[in-house]
Design a protein around this ligand. Sequence first.
Ligand code: ADP
Ligand code: MG
Length: 391
Amino acid sequence: MNKKTVRDIDVRGKRVLVRVDFNVPLADGKVTDDTRIRAALPTIQYLIDQGAKVILMSHLGRPKGQVKPELSLKPVAEHLSQLLGKPVKMAPDCVGPEVEAMAAELQPGDVLLLENTRFHPEERKNDPAFAQQLAKLGDIYVNDAFGSAHRAHASTEGVAHYLPAVAGFLMEKELNFLGKALEAPERPFIAILGGAKISDKIGVIQNLLGKVDALLIGGGMANTFLQAQGYDMAESLVEEDSLDTAKQLLQEGEGKIVLPVDLVVADAFDANANRKVVPVDEVPAGWRALDIGPATIAHFTNRLSGAKTVVWNGPMGVFEFPAFAEGTFAIARALAELEDAVTIIGGGDSVAAVKQSGVADKITHISTGGGASLEFLEGKTLPGVAVLQDK
Ligand code: ADP
Ligand code: MG
């Protein structure tokens, strides 16, 4: 990565304003999944150890520019305080005189969490005056919120114009894994794409096709490709508007794109629907494909053997229904069993699926960024990264 990190800048005694991704699920005023908070700990702990005055900021949910008490970051301050084993002060807002006073009073090693940046409409508008107000709180800006780096908001991009700006360790790790896969992968390099729609991921398919040795396609996305090849997908989710694009991609990806050979079909879109396994040319009228079949699992697993780099986005089926989760879980296990391979998984639903599969700890890198990882795989420059200082 060619961006400076917290290691490249003197933070001792400085007020360091850190954009983290604390957009975590809450229930009854408690954090129910603290993965994102834990992911930010290395940067926070490093800054504490270096004697910085740590000021954290994040968005939470979609308050639409208004103060919504149920979207306060207060429960996160409590949770973080437990994880760090030290008090975390909670600010009543993210800008303004009272918050500035709190920031000014911090001692080296203290931690202050600002209130939800999206309580202000100026955050999402990337309003320069608001970004300057945020910048007033710190001497240095650190972006460790990879999951928000694809958005040019005041706390992810705007503020970096007014302070020396560097990456945190989570940001560095994400950019290193995803960047290496795209720029200098150990080969064979195989990508697996799935999920509901190809229209969401045409840019990703195009960019990856130029880089991978093989592209395995499953999930709802595969239906459109199969239909484009002339198969009748019956009631399956097919994007008619994307059939021409699918045909074009099949041509571009000739010899690289690998599609399912069999499918698990259902007589309704329902967890308890009747199911059966059919070859791709025998989807019965009135039925729909909700998972890849066992022959496809074997075929994909076979293609994966010997891979040295694997990037996966998008479930192989409707894994939310246990009867249609096997394809996704089997591919997760296949990745987990690869030896000497760098395996990378990105995407909100994909990450949830891999956690459910029970093999998450055998994956090299599970990205904390859903949309951000997809935009990165598309080859786009993320605004929250572009604005950081080069090495
Ligand atoms: P990610 O969040 O990992 O990027 P997506 O949001 O693109 O993944 O896709 C995930 C969704 O795709 C899941 O909700 C899953 O149910 C759906 N899906 C996967 N396969 C199918 C299918 N065959 N038919 C309909 N929906 C599917
Ligand atoms: Mg999703």
